[in-house]
Ligand binder design. Structure first.
Ligand code: ZN
Length: 468
């Protein structure tokens, strides 16, 4: 792709985003072109030498990869994400470590699989002794701020470690233009609040070196504006509308950052904590199972330069690999004793340099009944994804074990259990799951168990979860 074409695409993405966005934001100045210089895989290797880079971490809650155009969806739900992927680095097969925010985010931040963080139930948190990426950034001289709207990443649960500022954004009333169509979610505010807080942060700290984490919730809430009501009004269509809406909120923020001269010195990391099911196997939503619908999430890294073409890592990667990879690319200290690995090798291989890529594997884990505070009895459901295969092990209500094996090459929707047909594959994946359950503890020991009051419980219930 030529530079000119890239620039044109940038204009297209921002014009579309600008034209479709909420009226108050139509004043956003449209960037004339992508201000980032052209780059190549050598520039990726040389990121370690740079001392001017910021890191923007965008976590879009409940964003399922299969519903994004960059991952082959037929609807154009995510023009901004697609543009960054086409000029940056896309991870094609990326697995969240759970389908529930808290378990997934604990693994993402620590680089440890859920069995090792032990953050598996509603009262569990990351202990004070854990090492978190924000601490590493802060030690390295970055100004660190987290802006979030999901109560599961509340400071109570240990997620604020290393952030100088870690706060919910102020609510702003946005009139009647927004529709909030997930009947279970009554959370206040919108992701415009997150973007506004980010703008404020950048006005004050834009010239310093910074690490900014934005945790967005509009997709979780099925919230969108009239301008993004593009794909219909059925439940599942509305979800797509909200992806488009959220993508445009991010597009506007990035346009402002381009105006501020920040894109040439910012690494953007964009991913999600889990996906969303639409009755593929008899239930909707997330936080219940670890099939593909709720564990396959997007992951991209956008550089302070444009790649043409962008790089694609085809290996199986996981949320636990995100910070090992980013910290390694930037030459910063690694997370201690992580399960996740830097995927720099696969990135260089995708760029035609270095060794052959490691195919990789990833785990996802949900404790069924995690919201049952009183009984405290839960049942694990764990999956391992290894290339095109997914092995799922579920402990049922009576303690019986159910095993399933799916092969996405032959069965992209992963609905046909081929356990009896592919016995050797099943055996090797069962062994991987055995190793998973035998994992050594986290370097800091067990998860902490926190006290939670009725007010906080109600806030979490407002997200649509059943907590008794
Ligand atoms: Zn979530």
């Amino acid at each position: 792709m030529s530079r000119e074409f890239s620039s044109l695409r940038w204009i297209t993405a921002t014009v579309v985003v600008g034209a479709l966005s909420y009226a108050a934001y139509r004043t956003v100045v449209i960037t004339n072109s992508d201000p980032r210089p052209p780059g190549n895989v050598y520039d990726v290797m040389a990121l370690r030498e740079r001392d001017d880079l910021n890191v923007l971490f965008i976590l879009v809650d409940t964003l399922r990869a299969h519903r994004m155009s960059a991952y082959g969806y037929e609807r154009e739900t995510s023009p901004m994400f697609d543009y960054l992927a086409e000029t940056g680095l896309l991870f094609r097969q990326h697995t969240a470590q759970s389908s529930w925010t808290k378990t997934s985010m604990a693994s993402l931040w620590t680089g440890l699989n859920p069995v090792r963080t032990g953050v598996l139930k509603s009262l569990h948190g990351i202990p004070e002794e854990a090492t978190m990426p924000a601490e590493i950034f802060r030690e390295a001289g970055f100004h660190t701020t987290g802006i979030w709207r999901n109560g599961w990443v509340d400071p109570n649960f240990g997620f604020s470690k290393g952030f100088e500022v870690y706060a919910r954004p102020a609510f702003r009333v946005r009139g009647e233009r927004f529709r909030r169509e997930n009947p279970h979610v009554t959370l206040e505010g919108t992701d415009y609040d997150v973007a506004e807080a980010a703008r404020e942060f950048l006005r004050i700290h834009g010239d310093e070196r910074w690490f900014l984490y934005l945790h967005m919730m509009d997709v979780h809430q099925y919230l969108y504006s009239d301008d993004s009501a593009l794909f219909g009004s059925e439940y599942s269509d509305v979800y797509d509308n909200s992806i488009h809406h959220n993508d445009s909120v991010i597009g506007e923020l990035l346009t402002d950052m381009a105006e501020q001269g920040l894109l040439e010195k910012t690494l953007i990391v964009w991913t999600s904590d889990h996906g969303e099911a639409f009755n593929e196997r008899g239930f909707e939503g997330h936080a219940q199972t670890v099939y593909r619908e709720t564990t396959d999430v997007p992951f991209l890294i956008s550089f302070p330069f444009q790649l043409a073409p962008g790089l694609v890592v085809e290996s199986t990667t996981g949320g636990v690999d995100v910070w090992p990879t980013v910290l390694d690319l930037l030459g910063l200290p690694a997370l201690p004793d992580a399960d996740g690995r830097s995927r720099r090798r696969e990135i260089l291989a995708a760029g035609g340099h270095g060794l052959a890529p490691d195919p990789g594997s990833a785990f996802a884990h949900i404790e069924q009944g995690w919201g049952d505070i009183k009984k405290k009895k839960t049942r694990p459901m764990v999956t391992v994804v290894d290339g095109s295969h997914r092995f799922v092990s579920t402990v049922g209500p009576d303690g019986e074990l159910r095993e399933e094996l799916f092969d996405s090459n032959a069965d992209p929707a992963e609905l046909e259990n081929v356990l009896d047909d592919e016995k050797e594959v099943a055996d090797s994946m069962r062994a991987l799951l055995g190793d998973y359950h035998e994992s050594r503890p986290a370097p800091w020991g067990d998860a902490s168990e926190i006290e939670i009051d009725e007010l906080e419980l109600n806030h979490l219930r407002a997200l649509g979860y059943k907590i008794d």
